[in-house]
Design a protein around this ligand. Structure first.
Ligand code: NAD
Length: 476
């Protein structure tokens, strides 16, 4: 089922010009399951040339025709979703049910932008002089270079590609080297739907070599990156130096506030689900659990029961509810965070170590009494670690919630409308969801503030970064 993964350049699926490949590993078994073609400068030059040509064709096609091709892409993806979901689980580790949900969401995103691209309206501005027409037009920004990570190999890529294509841009994607096949299958759906040559291309390689070559290149007019804040800052600086527009979807360290009046069962279901989904490798995963004093113990008890009931295993196996971490770096990172926190005085409430001796499995973990100087209270864990602490007042909770430079997602549970309203106004994050999990839907904006980045993906806002405004003033 799992096949070697190729580059897609100039309408062809092909190996790299150097013939170099790297191994792809199944994180549940640590076995090599395939080989990935690695692009070099010559391959990138070819992709850039084809992207420029593809853009010239695509931008002239009507939004109506582009929409038809995108809707066909969504249909193709739906037809292939089961087989791609299996590929995704094999290379990334997440349980098959999560991979299926990712595929269903991806087709929705393509359809949404197929429609939204037809509504990239401009404006007619009343003129000062009779016979003058003042037009504010929306045009595609040009060729986009996108860089997407391994945690959601399909979702992260589909949001960028679909919005860019709907706006009339061409796209060069540097996909995730560790989870490349499902991402390549996504790209195949656009190609098989009949999107013209050069409009969507796919490369893999050494991330820094590719970004440092593509971002300054004159053909590329915009970049979109999803990944860590440290890499995002580096790429944003590079984009700034070359006056390239940039969208940055970076890390998070989401606070989850549970008030005394919360529905605890609902809170546990949503927050434990959100914490351990994709083994915690989710930028919006709740991480700092701030629980008001009266309900701290009962909430912790219920949450712990949920964490301990998770069934770790190969994502393809029946009954698995949490898969392995995606790579060995994450296991080392979890071990480091736990050792550091416990060494500084934290209590290991449950989990805390690697599970089994094969595959990158790590136990669902809860730490309490975590001291303020523990690394995990400052750095994004990006894994199955939940950090619990009690709070007294609303203001205490807000101070802790807003303490970090991150500002991506926040969660809260309360039965009080006034508390909910005050939360919406006080939390410094790009997104907050109250009393349910309502984030990352196709039709709603997704993005962060502060060190979590800038720009939105998703919803009508997600089209904006791929459009530029041109003003035309015309006298008859
Ligand atoms: P990393 O920081 O090296 O890489 C993160 C992502 O950025 C990867 O997809 C990688 O290919 C890409 N990348 C790295 N250097 C790059 C460069 N110079 N140019 C272009 N792309 C580059 O580390 P990692 O071990 O892969 O992931 C660790 C951290 O990354 C996590 O702790 C998490 O904070 C973050 N991350 C965030 C997301 C997200 O959804 N926001 C996804 C994956 C990883």
């Amino acid at each position: 089922m799992y096949q070697d993964v190729l580059l897609h350049i100039g309408g062809k699926w092909r190996v790299s010009s150097s013939g170099r490949t790297i191994d792809i590993v199944n994180p549940a078994t640590e076995e090599v399951i395939g080989k990935l073609a690695h692009a070099f400068t010559g391959d990138l030059d070819e992709a850039l040339e084809h992207a420029a040509k593809g853009f010239a064709v695509w931008r002239k096609m009507s939004a109506y025709e582009r929409s038809k091709l995108l809707r066909k892409t969504a249909d193709i993806l739906r037809e292939r979703s089961e087989s791609i979901a299996r590929i995704l689980t094999t290379e990334q580790g997440k349980p098959l049910a999560e991979a299926r949900a990712e595929m269903a969401g991806a087709a929705d995103v393509i359809e949404w932008y197929a429609e939204e691209g037809r509504r990239a309206y401009g404006r007619v501005i009343p003129a000062r002089t009779p016979g003058v027409y003042q037009l504010s037009l929306r045009e595609p920004v040009g060729v986009v270079a996108g860089f997407t990570p391994w945690n959601f190999p399909v979702s992260q890529a589909v949001r960028k590609i679909s919005a860019a294509l709907a706006a009339g841009c061409a796209f060069i994607l540097k996909g995730p080297e560790e989870t490349p096949a499902s991402c390549a299958e996504l790209v195949r759906a656009y190609i098989d739907a009949g999107v013209p040559t050069g409009v969507v291309q796919l490369v893999f390689g050494v991330p820094s070599e590719i970004s440092e070559y593509l971002i300054p290149h004159p053909v590329v007019r915009k970049i979109s990156f999803t990944g860590s804040t440290v890499v995002g800052k580096h790429l944003a600086a590079l984009a700034g130096a070359h006056m390239k527009r940039a969208t940055m979807e970076l890390g998070g360290h989401a606070p989850a506030l549970v008030f005394n009046d919360a529905d605890l069962d609902a809170a546990v279901a949503v927050l434990a689900g959100g914490k351990y989904r994709n083994a915690g490798q989710v930028c919006i995963a709740p991480t700092r659990f701030l629980v008001q004093e009266d309900v701290y113990e009962p909430f912790l008890e219920k949450f712990t029961a949920r964490a301990q009931a998770l069934k770790l295993g190969d994502g393809l196996a029946e009954g698995t509810t949490m898969g392995p971490l995606a790579n060995s770096r994450r296991v080392a990172a979890m071990e480091g965070f736990v050792a550091d926190a416990v060494g500084k005085g934290a209590t290991l409430h449950t989990g805390g170590s690697r599970a089994g001796n094969k595959g990158y499995f790590f136990q669902p973990t809860i730490l309490t009494n975590v001291p303020a100087d523990a690394r995990v209270l400052h750095e994004e864990p990006f894994g199955p670690l939940a950090l619990f602490s009690p709070f007294k007042t609303f203001d205490d909770a807000i101070t802790e919630a807003n303490r970090l430079d991150y500002g991506l997602a926040a969660y809260a549970f309360t039965r009080s409308n006034s508390t909910a309203t005050a939360l919406g106004a006080s939390i410094e994050s790009g997104m907050i969801t109250i009393n349910h999990h309502g984030l990352a839907l196709t039709e709603t904006p997704f993005g962060g503030v502060k060190d979590s980045g800038y720009g939105s993906e998703g919803g009508a806002e997600g089209l904006e970064p791929y459009l530029v405004t041109k003003f035309v003033s015309q006298a008859s």
